[in-house]
Unconditional design. Structure first.
Length: 266
């Protein structure tokens, strides 16, 4: 297992690279990775030279959503513990969403479940042509409650109503068509495309960038327009769904590598 689930560095230009670093499980998130993202945001927030964040995933895949073994371990715990997990997950995504500086996500391989919420919270998303996407939660009897606002911002309610309900996989070109990613490049050119986007952003006034982003967020359907009470409700729904018998059956089907028997979980 990797010692540090999240790596980060800051270069002389003020460009931070934050790297999800659990490649042995396709960068699936657990408490350690969530905490690592929050810690990285805290540390970077104290750097006066910070101008931009690039988000990456180590290994073949960008981010495979939740670590379902970890989720299954959290599920039988108390309501308060489950809500704390959902709250931390929401906070990690929302911190990315509301950073007053530009964020660039570079996506290769799988980007599933919470990973789609993460990239929806980024300003510029560039995908390799081998990228594959899915809003997978319903497949396991769970919901994507805490990332629905970001997804609705990125791809619109109509596309969320398809892809968050079917849980189907779709490729990079479809992701670009619906607005989940901005650009698709060959895998070998992903880093170069990211570097080009960084240079374009660094050429602009930092204060103007911050104000433009803030105004865009204030005008959005979700994101900053969803108040604290609404997010508290989403956190409760997200955590409560994890503790249902349906989720128990869905997670068991994952562990046992079989189709779920939804009648059994009802």
């Amino acid at each position: 297992m990797t010692a540090n689930p999240v790596l980060w560095n800051l270069d002389a230009r003020g460009v931070a690279t934050v790297t999800l670093n659990r490649p042995e499980v396709n960068n699936a998130y657990d408490a350690g990775l969530i905490g690592g993202v929050l810690a990285a945001m805290d540390e970077l927030g104290r750097k006066p030279s910070l101008r931009l964040v690039v988000l990456k995933g180590n290994g073949k895949h960008f981010q495979a959503g939740a670590d379902l073994k970890w989720i299954n371990g959290v599920r039988p715990k108390s309501t308060e513990e489950n809500e704390a997990v959902s709250r931390a997950t929401f906070e990690a995504v929302q911190r990315l969403n509301t950073l007053p500086i530009p964020t660039v996500a570079l996506v290769q391989g799988g980007c599933f479940g919470g990973g789609t919420g993460v990239i929806s919270a980024c300003d510029v998303v560039i995908a390799a042509d081998n990228a594959m996407f899915s809003i997978t939660e319903v497949r396991w009897g769970l919901t994507a409650a805490i990332i629905i606002p970001q997804l609705c911002d990125a791809i619109g309610v109509r596309q969320v109503r398809r892809y968050a309900l079917t849980g189907e996989r779709f490729g990079a070109e479809e992701a670009r068509r619906i607005g989940l990613v901005h650009e698709v490049v060959p895998l070998a050119e992903l880093e170069a495309a990211g570097a080009k986007a960084v240079e374009q952003l660094l050429a602009n006034g930092p204060e103007a960038l911050a104000e433009t982003k803030r105004l865009a967020m204030e005008s959005s359907f979700g994101g900053m327009s969803v108040d604290d009470a609404a997010y508290a409700r989403l956190v409760k729904l997200h955590s409560a769904r994890r503790q249902t018998s349906e989720a128990s059956e869905g997670l068991a089907s994952f562990a046992e590598k079989r189709a779920a028997n939804w009648g059994k979980g009802a």
